[in-house]
Design a protein around this ligand. Structure first.
Ligand code: PHE
Length: 347
C-alpha cells in the first residue's frame, strides 16, 4: 500500500472511531493515539526524509490535510459530547420555577423602636443631634448633677437598682443633659440634642408601670432661650406625632432640675378635645414633663446661667405607643409575644 493509501485508510478508520466515541475520555484517547507525537501521522511525517524530492511535498501536504481534518473532527465531536453532558445535567437538575416559593418569615422593627426613630427624625429635622447615653450611670450624674442631692425627697419617686453605693442603672435620661452640657463648646453653636434610651425604676410592675421603660430626653441651651421656644418646639413635635390640629397645654409642675417646670398635655387625638375614653373625658392627654434648665444645673456643668439659658423635656415613648395604638398594658412591649409585636410591623 502506498503511503498515500495508508493515510487514506487511517483517515477513514479514525473518522469512524471519532464518530462512535461515547464519551470525552474515549475521544481524548483516540486523539492522543492518532494525532499525538507517537501516532501514525507523526510517523508518516517523520518518514518523509526517505521519499523522493518530488513526492515529498505532495505526501507532506496530504498528511497535513488529514491531520487538520481529523483535528477538526475531534473538536466537533468534543463540542457535541460536552453539550450532551450539559443537557443531561440540566435535565436532571431541572427546577420547576412555577412552584410557589418557601415563605421566609421577615421580622420588623419593634413598635417602640419605630416611635423612637419617628421622634428622632422630627428633631434631626430641626437640627438636633442624637446622643446615646449610658444605661449604667453614676449617682453623681443621675442625681447630684440633676440637683437631687443625697437626701433630696424627690429621689423617692425614682428609687432604683444600685450596683454599688455610687453606681446605678439610670432612672431617667436626664443625666445625659449634664454629660453633654459639660462638654459642649458654644463657640461652635447652640446645644441641641435628644437622647433616647432605656431607663429603670424600682416599680412594682402593673399595667401602667414597668421596671424598665424608655425616655427621650431633649435639651437646648443657648443665649436667650425662653419658655416660648420650649412651647413652640413641643407643639411642633405633638403636631407631627398626633396630627396637625393638635394643641398643647402647659401646667405648672415640679422637677428639681428645671425651673419653672411644666407638665405638658396634648389635645386628645381621638376626640379632638370633646372627651372620650382615651383622654378620660378631659379632652387632654398628659404626655411629658419639661421646663427651663435650672440655673444650678447649668452652673454645675460649667455654663454661666447669667449668659445662657435652656429648656429640657422628657417624653415616654412607651406611653406614646400605648395611646396611639390603644395598648392597655405596658408590659406587652417587653414580653416578646410575636402575636402582639407582629401587629406593628410597619411598612
Ligand atoms: N427626667 C424627668 C422624669 O424622668 C422628665 C423630665 C426631663 C422633666 C426633662 C423635665 C425635663 O420624670
Amino acid at each position: 500500500m502506498s503511503l498515500k493509501d495508508k493515510l487514506e485508510v487511517l483517515k477513514n478508520e479514525t473518522s469512524k472511531k471519532i464518530q462512535a466515541a461515547a464519551d470525552l475520555a474515549t475521544l481524548n484517547q483516540i486523539r492522543v493515539e492518532t494525532l499525538g507525537k507517537k501516532g501514525p501521522i507523526t510517523e508518516v511525517l517523520r518518514g518523509m526524509k526517505d521519499l523522493s524530492a518530488e513526492e515529498r511535498p505532495k505526501v507532506g501536504a496530504f498528511a497535513n490535510e488529514i491531520r487538520d481534518y481529523l483535528t477538526a473532527a475531534v473538536e466537533t465531536k468534543k463540542t457535541e459530547l460536552e453539550q450532551a453532558v450539559m443537557d443531561k445535567a440540566l435535565a436532571e437538575e431541572a427546577i420547576d420555577v412555577t412552584l410557589p416559593g418557601r415563605q421566609v418569615p421577615v421580622g420588623g422593627r419593634h413598635v417602640l423602636t419605630q416611635i423612637l426613630e419617628e421622634i428622632e427624625d422630627i428633631f434631626v429635622g430641626m437640627g438636633y443631634q442624637v446622643i446615646e447615653g449610658n444605661e449604667v450611670e453614676s449617682d453623681h450624674y443621675n442625681f447630684e448633677r440633676m440637683n437631687l442631692p443625697k437626701d433630696h425627697p424627690a429621689r423617692d419617686m425614682q428609687d432604683t437598682f444600685y450596683i454599688s453605693e455610687e453606681t446605678l442603672i439610670r432612672t431617667h435620661t436626664s443625666p445625659v443633659q449634664a454629660r453633654v452640657m459639660e462638654k459642649h463648646d458654644f463657640s461652635k453653636g447652640p446645644l441641641r440634642m435628644i437622647s433616647p434610651g432605656k431607663v429603670f425604676r424600682r416599680d412594682t410592675d402593673d399595667a401602667t408601670h414597668s421596671h424598665q421603660f424608655h425616655q427621650i430626653e431633649g435639651l437646648v441651651v443657648d443665649k436667650n432661650v425662653t419658655m416660648a421656644d420650649l412651647k413652640g418646639t413641643l407643639e411642633v413635635m405633638m403636631q407631627k406625632m398626633f396630627g396637625a390640629d393638635r394643641k398643647i397645654r402647659l401646667r405648672p409642675s415640679y422637677f428639681p432640675f428645671t425651673e419653672p417646670s411644666v407638665e405638658v398635655d396634648v389635645s386628645c387625638f381621638k376626640c379632638g378635645g370633646a372627651g372620650c375614653n382615651v383622654c378620660k373625658y378631659t379632652g387632654w392627654i398628659e404626655i411629658l414633663g419639661a421646663g427651663m434648665v435650672h440655673p444650678d444645673v447649668l452652673s454645675m456643668s460649667g455654663i454661666d446661667p447669667e449668659e445662657y439659658s435652656g429648656f429640657a423635656f422628657g417624653i415616654g415613648p412607651d406611653r406614646v405607643a400605648m395611646l396611639r395604638y390603644g395598648v392597655n398594658d405596658i408590659r406587652s412591649f417587653y414580653q416578646n409575644d410575636v402575636r402582639f409585636l407582629s401587629q406593628f410591623k410597619g411598612e
